[in-house]
Design a protein. Sequence first.
Length: 291
Amino acid sequence: MTDNRNAGLRSGRPGFGPQNSCVVIDTYQVFDSCRDRDCFEDVRVYLDDLGQSIIEHTSQVRTKSAEICGSSIAVEPVQLSRGFYRVTVRFYVKLELEGCLSAGAGCGCQSRAQSFYGIAAVEKSVVLYGGEGSVHVFRSSAVSDGFCASPVCGEMGSNLPVAIVETVNPVILGTRVVEPEICCCKCCCSCCDIPSVIVDQVGHLTDEGARYLAVSLGFFSVIRIERPEQYLISACEYSVPDKECTPVENSSPCDAFRRMAFPTEEFAPGRGAPVVGEICHDHDKDCGCGK
């Protein structure tokens, strides 16, 4: 006879127990995680035709902002190390740049600034423990439901764990125009390898030209590996919120402005700042405070 016992499943249903009961949930368990700070020096920036023409005529270029516009994550098992996986993360960074163009010799005109955009790609790899799994997971979908259902071969889950990457926009550490005779570019991909959905954010990219632009970026990131797991937990009965939805009032802009709190912190930004030398943690042996 088939063993179909479901421990804890009945206690969470209406009529089978008190309000505080046990239920089974399906969620993800974090097997391993790490945090890191990475400095990528002299990363090549792929520019459009306008940006390439600008750096051909000037070396005065600065980076105004850097924003992560996409990423790709690959997970693969490490050979001869059961349960460990290599997580390779590639970040695509959209850069807003500005070049100083000369108005020409002898014309008496001042130089002008011209903004342009580019894409830089950086890549890092870490090894984390993700456990082992050998089961095939199938999930129903709109295609597989119904009287004349289709096979769900395409909905089968992989045995690989799930990698999650958390990061913030990178810190801009430096920008420079590199001459063609100096080869110091650190590229993880070519211009053709950048996905079209990333390229479309700045337009057509080119890797032709005598000069190229290089930036140095700093990243803070947290990477973790998860697997789906089932847990029996204690839960309370769901309650309807007591707070009612407040409708939007069609008031004048001045009425809405009068209800705003006065921004006191904006006028005294240094009030909550710690005094140098007052804070010294035990692990900061050389903090310089003398304690």
